[in-house]
Design a protein around this ligand. Sequence first.
Ligand code: SF4
Length: 251
Amino acid sequence: MSKDLRALADELNDAFAKADLPARLRLFRDALDGQIVFTTSLGIEDQALTRAIRTQDLDVAIATLDTGRLFPETYDLWAKTEEQYGFRIKPYYPQAEAIQALVADQGINGFYYGLDMRKACCNVRKVEPLGRALAGAQGWVVGLRGDQSDHRSHLRFVEFDEARGLIKASPLLDFTRDDVAAYCEANDVPVNALHEKGFVSIGCAPCTRAIKPGEPERAGRWWWESEDKKECGLHVAADGSLLRAKELAQS
Ligand code: SF4
């Protein structure tokens, strides 16, 4: 099975290069027999993908990880998106027992006080729920862009995700942020009100800040940590290692 999925990923990668955004998503849906899950963080890239999926009525499950620490503006956008496109985003929450134990152990904002504590919080609030969101899926759609980091510039549109045993598609890989913004503006796609206030990559409220002009997109995430320590755990490289936060601007 893995060998078949690898070959399919190669074929789709070539096909994506010649297709526009809606066609890429159709190609992906048509090529896979099993379930496809799109995990949205409600960032601007993911909003563009939601629009492309919903307006084509594609059979792609749209899920989000509600960490319990999102911005009020993100919840507002979640509701607005459901209303505009007439569907429900499937939420995945942390396990109650795990989150109770985490907060009892490290406090409500323990993630500021050590890398291990921050990773423990991301594991309980994001990584474990992501595993449930992708359980049984054959395909995974994500909103990565190639110009977000050196590493991402070497990614492919479609890759076999060894760690999760599924095919991962990045239909926006060759889009710039301006391309995505233009697509959203031209198609009346709702976006997070925080983008206008300097928030580029928007994750959990206590771990996200606005960036200054000229700062890299990743600078607003986990800003108190050194770059080489920024790991989240949602995206895993082919060799099984975690991708650094600069490769995770949308996570
Ligand atoms: Fe916890 Fe911050 Fe990770 Fe969100 S981004 S799960 S609040 S450490």
